[in-house]
Write a protein that binds this ligand. Sequence first.
Ligand SMILES: Cc1cc2nc3c(=O)[nH]c(=O)nc-3n(C[C@H](O)[C@H](O)[C@H](O)COP(=O)(O)O)c2cc1C
Length: 410
Amino acid sequence: MFKYTRKAVTFTTILGVGGLGLYFATGRDARASAQKYALGPAVRAVLDGEQAHKFTIEVFKYPNLAPRIPADWDQTHDPEKALEVTLFQHSANKKVKPLTLQNPVGIAAGFDKNGEAIDTLYNLGFSWVEIGSITPLPQPGNPKPRVFRLERDNAVINRYGFNSDGHIAVVARLKMRESELPSNATNFAGLPNRVLGVNLGKNKTGDEVQDYIKGVDTFGPHADVLIVNVSSPNTPGLRDLQSEEKLTNLLQTLVARRDSLPLESLPPIVVKIAPDLTSPEIESIAAAVKASKVDGVIVSNTTVQRPKTLRSGSELTTQVGGLSGAPVKPYSIQALKTLRKELGKDVTIIGCGGISDGADALEFARAGADFVQLYTSLVYKGPGVAAEVKEGIIDGLNGKKWTDVVGTDL
Ligand SMILES: Cc1cc2nc3c(=O)[nH]c(=O)nc-3n(C[C@H](O)[C@H](O)[C@H](O)COP(=O)(O)O)c2cc1C
């Protein structure tokens, strides 16, 4: 108790006196060094992984106070639209329209689990904001502690276990936000060439098909993209849904359900897979993707592997849960390459795992990713990370376009 109080006092002092001074001195520009080199380390020094996450969401709930990058960033840095990309161009159902995105960088699921920070995430420069995973019924997730920062590895281990406000609360939040979008909005982002994705999970004791059907029914009318998460390591049995038979059945059912929604245009469905799959397992996933005509795949979620290269102490590396950040990149890239070779060019693939700069993003593009997402590098680099990644991509493209380099390493 005493320890906690002392921590809280230190925290208030650092943030109240130093942090806020720096914050206002540098404005809200997410690219500012003070954000990256002073506030971030200060928050990490006094708050554990989950407290820091909660604190960040509390700030990000208020787009008028939260950090942002200049609204014209993409126009001024990318006048030739080298970063623009169109996804889902070959979907089987013609009511699934291609989505053009201003840039190829999205925030991955798990950061904004309950859809509270959507507008701030667009203001930081992400073109795809993915909320969730959301479970049908509210549930608390695993006991704490359940988030561990492996600072020496630029990595995190988490075993949140789908803590979620549940469908009813989150869809109400989305409807409230929708009611405030401009009347000419053409998507659920409320901004041109951006998308809102909703990542669907299942309750710990829920049904492995029904829970996702409920997700399609509830969020289909409120999302630009739906993501089916069958790859979190923290829900018992979830990853077994990646077997060919179960996955084909699940995805076929969900695509049919989506197709029956009474909507003018339908959201693409994307399945999110683990990086811990053998080549034959990835071939099975490709078969399920083709058979079900699902629109895309995210490669990948966190890994349950613990590479020997980890430098953090064993009190951290032996924690149960999914490892994310820099050490997951080789696994994700390998899985991505195998999957792209199996699927050919026409299925949209989104790369994710350990992306923290433009070079990482381009490595994923060359390995076959049409688009990329990140989460863990936001923890270490702070709110300017999307702008940093985009700037690095532009530099690395050397006058080419993003779409020119996709798949060039295969
Ligand atoms: C704390 C934490 C919570 C996460 N929660 C979810 C989740 O609820 N659903 C999901 O599909 N992925 C979740 N992820 C996985 C990320 O979306 C991403 O796939 C993974 O972390 C790899 O990307 P990264 O290395 O850029 O973080 C979570 C990751 C972290 C670090």
